[in-house]
Write a protein that binds this ligand. Structure first.
Ligand SMILES: *Cc1c(COP(=O)(O)O)cnc(C)c1O
Length: 375
């Protein structure tokens, strides 16, 4: 059987976990968290990084930091994971969805401006499949209307837009280290990137239960106490130890996934029955995902079932948020849903993970060719 995903494991993770276990400090912001922060600080230049237990909570922190209040409006695509919306909904915001671009499945930057009202506070572009949104346009719209930009770069670690790492372009960036992402911190994990330094001090407080404990540990205050609202957004240092093993191998994981991505691309590019991803000029991606688009939802279900019979696990996602039960309550689709629903119903993700073999990929490609009777 060919799994859809395998959690990445490169070989040093258990060594570091053992080291963490014997360090005498396995709670948050221990030695491995600091090592990870250092790694991100050098990779994501000029940004402040804070590990979180997952990307959902990194988004929640960003929503608190920009002061989302009941009635505020947030602009994002409907074609995304539920957390992109929920992080703002739990602060009382209303979500305004904008249609996506057919080529990248990312928010259509040309439709953002017409969704802006005097209640709009933030634009949340989602870099689907680790392929960047059109950030120059989005940043200039945000500047013009005095809005924040929080990049949901959950899938975008190591991808770039015009040479800049994803997550470092907006005011904030958020990443996921869930086991389905390119890098994991032992199953669950996340990262908040702060690109506007005026938010750093408060971010550390919110992350530490509303206390100034981080300043205390740096010797800046002589005791710590409750100074602001907050929650607990620190991952265990054991999570960071797993992640550190992956960060040391970051380029190896990246190249492995890009090779796998290229293999599918070459193997499938001449098929007439399907469409495959396109990477816009100026964007470098991270091989997070390879998808194909078939004719429609009926063919999709038939296609997935036929691969399954050959032991190949392919999956679809997402059901657009505006058509879900909670979406109807907390959100509104701005303008017409031309592409979001239709394109989401045709998309199928192929197995792709660190360590997938050429033999496995060969089987996937030939199963697809035989499904469509193409060679
Ligand atoms: C995976 C993902 C998330 C959530 O990440 P968690 O770490 O599981 O909280 C959010 N947004 C997008 C686009 C994702 O792909």
């Amino acid at each position: 059987m060919i799994n859809f995903n395998k959690p990445p494991y490169t070989g040093n993770e258990d060594k570091y976990i053992k080291e963490s276990l014997t360090s005498g400090k396995i709670s948050g912001d221990g030695p491995f968290t600091l090592k990870c922060h250092k790694w991100f600080d050098s990779k994501l230049l000029n940004s402040k990084s804070l590990l979180t237990p997952n990307c959902t909570q990194a988004l929640e922190m960003a929503a608190i930091l920009i002061g989302i209040e009941p009635g505020d409006e947030v602009i994002m695509p409907s074609y995304t994971f539920v957390s992109t919306a929920n992080a703002f909904v739990i602060r009382g915001a209303k979500i305004k969805f904008v249609d996506i671009r057919k080529d990248t499945m990312n928010i259509n930057e040309k439709l953002i401006e017409q969704a802006i009202t005097d209640k709009t506070k933030v634009i949340v572009p989602v870099h689907y499949a680790g392929v960047s949104c059109e950030m120059d346009t989005i940043m200039s719209i945000a500047e013009k209307h005095n809005l924040f930009v929080i990049e949901d770069a959950a899938q975008g670690m190591m991808s770039t837009y015009k040479g800049k790492q994803l997550g470092t372009i907006g005011h904030f960036g958020t990443f996921s280290f869930h086991e389905t992402k390119n890098y994991t911190s032992g199953g669950e994990g996340g990262l908040l990137i702060i690109n506007d330094e005026t938010f750093i001090k408060r971010a550390e407080i919110i992350r530490e239960k509303g206390t100034n404990r981080s300043q205390f540990f740096r010797g800046m205050v002589d005791k710590y106490s409750w100074v602001d609202l907050g929650s607990s957004y620190l991952p265990s240092d054991i999570q960071a130890a797993y992640l550190y093993g992956q960060l040391e191998m970051a380029d190896d994981i990246l190249n492995n996934r890009l090779n796998a991505w290229d293999y599918y691309y070459e193997g499938l590019k001449n098929l007439e029955s399907i469409q495959i991803p396109k990477i816009p000029e100026g964007c470098s991606h991270n091989g997070h995902m390879f998808y194909v688009k078939v004719r429609d939802i009926k063919e999709r279900d038939f296609f997935i079932e036929s691969l399954k019979q050959k032991g190949i696990m392919a999956v679809f996602h997402y059901i657009p948020l505006h058509s879900s039960l909670a979406g109807k309550k907390f959100s509104e689709f701005n303008g017409t849903d031309v592409h979001t629903t239709f394109e989401s119903e045709r998309l199928v993700r192929l197995p792709l993970f660190y360590g997938i073999t050429v033999r496995e990929q060969e089987l996937v490609v030939s199963a697809i060719k035989s499904f469509f009777n193409e060679n």
